[in-house]
Design a protein around this ligand. Structure first.
Ligand code: ADP
Length: 762
């Protein structure tokens, strides 16, 4: 309801009430006035009659009384009747004789007295009808006047209310509505008479309007900025993909050629220069990969695979890879994988490897002399395991102030000792973000001069999938007694645990002399160890010397021995033969490798084929499997053609080069290759299109499918899917690494013997 209506209604109700009250007041006063008048008149009339009829009443002269009464009634129309009583109260006369009082009759009586003696009583009856009508009229009049006065007042009040309140209010309201809906309102003005309150209300609306206009402008600017940012981000990721391609292609040339050059005869200086090129190239590639990864995370383009992978195998791989480099610095890297912990988990193996590699890499980098221990533990929670992979080193350590900052991008500890190490300061920043995106966290504890421990916490789902790589060597080692000789406690613990896990019975010795003592005691008790595992680098008496002394002992000439070493030269066949080691393994030995080596040493494995161990890919026997392979290489870049050609130069295979997709298609039908290496981007027809063409031809002619391996410099996720969707079988990213190229060729060149060799190498 509008305010004016509300006011009008209230005024009407008030007018009605005031009218009613005024009427009632008038009625009250008029009635009392009427009664008073009647009383006076009755008094007067009775007094007159009293004087006139005193004697007649005393003598009870009824005719006389009656004529006086008639006279009085005729003269006074308001007088309805008069009754006279004698002294004993009996009616002696009445006029009119048949008079009967009704409700409008008002009676007034007075005694007839003379000198204090009562002779009778006169009652006069007055009609109040006339008076009542008069009163009624007066009441009505009073009501009308009151209502009229109030109506006028209401009008005036409404007029003022409209002018002073309602109109300014409606103007402010319209301005407010216009402000909220963003319409202009400049033509709406407050009247000149507007009160101070409305002027300040209007000023507030103006302020609000200004704020809203500002906010709208800011929002519009933000929208535009966001659109621009989206566009920039899109072009950034496209730029990234392109840059990744553009940089990797020449890097492929640099690294590939440097690697190849190192295989030729070089003098000292040339070798140094070439090694520097290869090392710098590899370092540059790491930096490029870091920056690309970081940009991918920043652009929100990082996605994670969910597939079963073997954590133990992944950790062993990383440790093996890092260990040989670390050994050059006198750093020993060991892995302890909790025997109770499951091995196969669901997650992004590549990203887990990336994080662990980076942290182990740092540990090795910042440790000059000592050891790096990698431990994997976990607690099962439902179908998941809360994993903790900790990497402890005995290196430089990190000052407390830097413990938080090192996880930020481009942050490095700025100390004299740290300055000599290369690095971008991106590794930990990327690792932390990757782990966080996988739902985990990285923690660090460190003491300067004592070392650091980085712990990666991740919760991963366990998987029951049987991966080819985790199929165990079948040998049964139950009951085999083994003497483990190593000066480092952690290595003794790890080896004993592994051995116990396989059912063997380990005994440990922390130095060569202790080992000799144990052997002596055993011999005295007529007990012989089935196998001795010896560490090469030990203080005082090293592995070779120990082996020599063992061999001199009676009855120990034939005891199988395995040498564990982190120095590569020891692996030479010569030393192996000289000291009678049945196997020499690089530390840390992967459990499957160790078990297979033990089985071989104890002559437990049945077929020769099974002896093929991981890493044997580069061995002569396996490479022979590639003899006669017809390989078609689709690559437009001359340098890359040369890299592939030279990498495979020493193999007896038959190679054809095609410089674009159309040539690939033609050569495919003429040459009938066993495997095709297909570059993704080529002129005229790209790799994807060429693959589709080849698959079409195969379907048309009903010939067996030729394996196609993509060669691509595009490191962005999605490329692999794109290649597979186009009909390719595998994927090799540039720069091409010789070992990977060969293992891929072995994998796809389907000769029955190769397949078996691969079971071992995978
Ligand atoms: P980068 O190794 O490329 O410099 P990171 O982000 O991997 O970058 O590491 C950041 C810094 O943290 C390193 O520069 C180093 O100062 C410090 N740091 C990392 N790991 C260790 C470690 N294990 N021992 C000592 N310092 C470390």
């Amino acid at each position: 309801m509008r305010l004016s209506t509300q006011i009008a209604l209230s005024m009407i109700i008030a007018a009605c009430m005031v009218g009613l009250l005024a009427g009632e007041a008038v009625r009250y006063f008029e009635t009392s006035r009427l009664h008073k008048t009647l009383e006076e008149r009755a008094n007067l009339t009775i007094s007159l009659l009293n004087g006139l009829m005193m004697e007649d009443i005393i003598i009870e002269d009824v005719p006389m009384i009656e004529s006086s009464l008639r006279e009085a009634v005729i003269r006074n129309p308001a007088l309805e009747g008069i009754t006279v009583y004698n002294e004993s109260g009996e009616r002696i006369a009445q006029y009119p004789e048949d008079f009967k009082p009704d409700e409008n009759t008002w009676e007034f009586s007075q005694n007839v007295e003379l000198e204090g003696e009562v002779f009778g009583k006169i009652s006069v009856h007055w009609s109040t009808k006339q008076g009542e009508i008069q009163i009624q009229n007066n009441v009505a009049q009073a009501r009308i006047y009151a209502a009229a006065a109030l109506a006028v007042l209401t009008g005036l009040f409404l007029f003022l209310t409209y002018k002073l309140v309602l109109y300014p209010l409606s103007v402010v309201h319209s301005r407010m509505a216009a402000t909220l809906s963003g319409d202009p309102w400049s033509d709406l003005k407050l009247p000149k008479l507007a009160s101070k309150e409305f002027l300040s209300l209007s000023a507030s609306v103006t302020t609000l309007d200004n704020i809203l206009i500002e906010r709208t402008e800011r929002e519009e600017a933000l929208q535009i900025a966001r659109k621009n940012a989206d566009a920039a981000s899109k072009s950034k990721s496209e730029f990234l993909a392109n840059m990744s391609h553009e940089i990797r292609t020449p890097m492929n040339g640099v690294i590939g050629m440097a690697e190849l050059m190192l295989e030729t005869d070089l003098d000292r200086d040339q070798r140094l220069y070439t090694e520097t090129i290869a090392k710098s190239g590899a370092a540059l590639l790491t930096i490029i990969n870091d920056i690309l990864d970081f940009s991918k995370i920043e652009a929100g383009k990082m996605t994670f695979e969910q597939a079963p992978f073997c954590l133990q195998r992944a950790l062993e791989d990383i440790v093996t890879l890092v260990a040989s480099k670390a050994s050059q610095n006198n750093v020993e890297v060991s892995l302890r994988y909790d025997p109770e912990l499951a091995t196969v988990f669901v997650g992004d193996a590549g990203r887990v490897r990336q994080v662990v590699t980076n942290i182990i890499g740092n540990a090795v980098k910042f440790t000059q002399d000592g050891q790096v221990i990698v431990q994997a533990r976990g607690v099962d929670v439902g179908n998941k395991t809360d994993l903790c992979i900790s990497i402890s080193d005995t290196g430089l350590g990190i000052p407390e102030d830097n413990l938080k900052t090192i996880f930020q991008e481009f942050e490095q500890v700025d100390g004299a000792a740290n300055r000599k190490f290369e690095g971008t300061g991106l590794g930990l920043a990327i690792s932390t973000r990757l782990v966080r995106m996988m739902g985990g966290r990285i923690e660090v504890e460190s003491k300067v001069g004592e070392g650091s421990t980085f712990s990666i916490y991740l919760s991963l789902e366990r998987s029951n999938t049987q991966l080819a790589s985790v199929i165990d060597v079948e040998a049964d080692l139950r009951g085999v007694s083994v003497l483990v000789v190593d000066d480092l406690e952690i290595n003794r613990v790890i080896l004993s645990e592994q051995l116990r896990n396989w059912g063997a019975i380990p005994t440990t010795a922390d130095c060569a002399l202790r080992a000799l003592e144990i052997l002596k005691e055993a011999a005295a008790n007529n007990q012989m160890f089935d196998l001795i595992i010896v560490d090469f680098q030990m203080p005082d008496v090293d592995g070779f010397e120990l082996a020599r002394r063992i061999r001199q002992k009676q009855g120990m000439v034939g005891t199988p021995m395995i040498l564990l070493s982190s120095v590569e030269q020891t692996a030479e066949v010569r030393t192996q033969k000289e000291f009678g080691f049945s196997e020499v393994l690089m530390k840390p030995a992967r459990s499957v490798v160790l078990k297979s080596a033990i089985a071989t040493a104890l002559n437990l494995e049945k077929s020769d084929e099974k002896k093929k161990k991981p890493g044997a890919v580069d061995g002569k026997s396996v490479l022979e499997h590639l003899n006669g392979l017809r390989l078609l290489v689709a690559e437009d870049n001359k340098t890359n053609q040369l890299v592939v050609k030279t990498m495979l130069k020493k193999l007896q295979l038959d190679m054809e080069i095609a410089e674009n997709g159309i040539v690939v298609r033609d050569k495919y039908t003429l040459y009938q290759p066993n495997v095709i290496l297909m570059d993704m981007s080529m002129p005229k027809m790209d790799g994807l299109e060429a693959t589709r063409e080849i698959r079409r031809i195969e379907a048309e002619l009903n010939i067996p499918r030729c394996p196609i391996i993509a060669l691509t410099a595009n490191a962005m996720k999605g490329d692999r899917e794109q290649c597979l969707r186009a009909g390719m079988d595998d994927y090799l990213s540039k720069p091409i690494v010789k070992a990977k190229l060969i293992s891929h060729l072995l994998k796809w060149y389907k000769k029955p013997a190769v397949k078996e060799a691969l079971v071992a190498s995978e």
